[in-house]
Design a binder for this molecule. Structure first.
Ligand code: NAD
Ligand code: ZN
Ligand code: ZN
Length: 343
């Protein structure tokens, strides 16, 4: 089968032929329907997230069950499923609560899951180590549902934790309206009455936010102007939740400059920004969080939101063979919504 492999830091991914894997006891073989192209892969390809190579990329996956390893029950061939991506030990306290994204044994597990240190979904088939990591998709198409497992799950987790703050008089700022950001806006619209502001440095991404129904869209290329515009909108109260889906120095500073007292800054992007603190900036009472991905039960909730028609990822599909070109397009900001590789 064809697979898109991370071979070496600083090099584009390569397409190679691999034998189709066979599931061992307890494992499940997935026929991949779609594998989302996440910006985190660029951090991996650039060597910023150090994983031992080589491995097959693709950590945002959905497909159909192709074969069950010995001892796996409760599932059958052909079932459409999303793969829960952050593979923990399955046994520690947080894993037992379904929050494998915060597995306590994380430091002793050399990979973060399929596509992040071990073989992922940018191939015709992938091995999922346990059926506990599968969530039924119901009537959703695995090709377009793949982004639910990361591009939607990650902001959902961050937003759900912030819900008590999101009263009707609150304002949420989402910075970076790409794969994760365009899902964050829809999740916020579905779960909260708070007012939304979308910020990006690319007018095309802001146009996307407008099409999703967000009225307040701000080009933040010039930080000073953006801070003035946002402060004008929110007044003394300030922004209540700033979701930084970029995490660059400019965006972290923007969050810090516009949030109000007793607010929350949630940094999702891995842009390498440093949040500075000096008296009252960010303001007193502001909580800063660095959420990672989401829990298994939250993936079930995200899928329920999608099945009920509240959220849907804007997907453009590409064949595996175009992986290197698609990553380059993502790097240049030329992907709207989410690109999904379809084997
Ligand atoms: P993407 O490339 O699809 O979207 C990024 C968006 O940010 C684009 O619209 C781009 O125009 C915009 N942008 C870039 N620089 C900006 C700036 N200085 N100010 C405002 N907007 C800017 O990326 P994505 O796949 O949505 O991922 C976003 C980030 O989230 C990446 O850093 C990725 O690694 C990270 N991520 C984190 C987690 C987590 O669990 N914390 C999970 C998935 C992705
Ligand atoms: Zn990702
Ligand atoms: Zn664990």
């Amino acid at each position: 089968m064809k697979a898109v492999r991370y071979v070496e830091a600083g090099k584009p991914p390569e397409i190679i032929d691999l034998p189709t894997p066979e599931p061992s006891a307890g494992q499940v073989l997935l026929k991949v329907g779609g594998a989302g192209v996440c910006h985190s892969d660029l951090h991996v390809l650039d060597g910023e997230v150090p994983f031992a190579s080589p491995f097959t990329l693709g950590h945002e996956n959905a497909g159909w069950i192709a074969a069950l390893g010995e001892g796996v029950s409760g599932w059958k061939e052909g079932d459409p499923v999303a793969v829960y991506g952050p593979w923990g030990c399955g046994a520690c306290r947080t894993c037992q609560t379904s929050a494998e994204n915060y597995c306590e044994r994380h430091a002793s597990i050399p990979t973060y899951g399929g596509g992040l240190g071990s073989d992922g979904g940018m191939a015709e088939y992938m091995i999922v180590p346990s059926s506990r990591l599968l969530v039924p998709l119901g009537d959703l198409d695995p090709v377009t549902a793949a982004p639910l497992s990361d591009a939607a799950l990650t902001p959902y987790h961050a937003i759900k934790r912030a819900l008590p703050l999101l009263t009707p008089d609150a304002t949420v700022l989402v910075i970076g309206i790409g794969g994760l950001g365009h899902m964050a806006l829809q999740i916020l619209q579905a779960l909260s009455p708070a007012r939304l502001i979308a910020a990006d440095i690319d007018d095309a991404k802001l146009e996307h936010a407008r099409e999703l129904g967000v009225e307040l869209c701000i080009n933040s290329r010039d930080s000073k102007t953006a801070i003035e515009q946002i402060r004008e909108l929110v007044g003394l109260r300030g922004v209540t939740l700033a979701l930084d889906v970029v995490g660059a120095q400019q965006t972290v500073d923007l969050c810090s400059a516009v949030v109000g007292r007793a607010s929350r800054i949630s940094i999702l992007g891995l842009g390498g920004g440093v949040l500075r603190y000096s008296a009252n900036r960010p303001p007193y009472g502001c909580e800063v969080t660095i959420p990672y991905w989401g829990t298994r039960t939250e993936l079930m909730e995200v899928i329920a939101l999608a099945r009920a028609g509240h959220i849907s990822s804007e997907v453009k599909t590409f064949p595996l063979e175009q992986a290197a070109e698609v990553y380059q397009r993502l790097r240049e900001g030329r992907i709207r919504g989410r690109a999904v590789l379809q084997p």
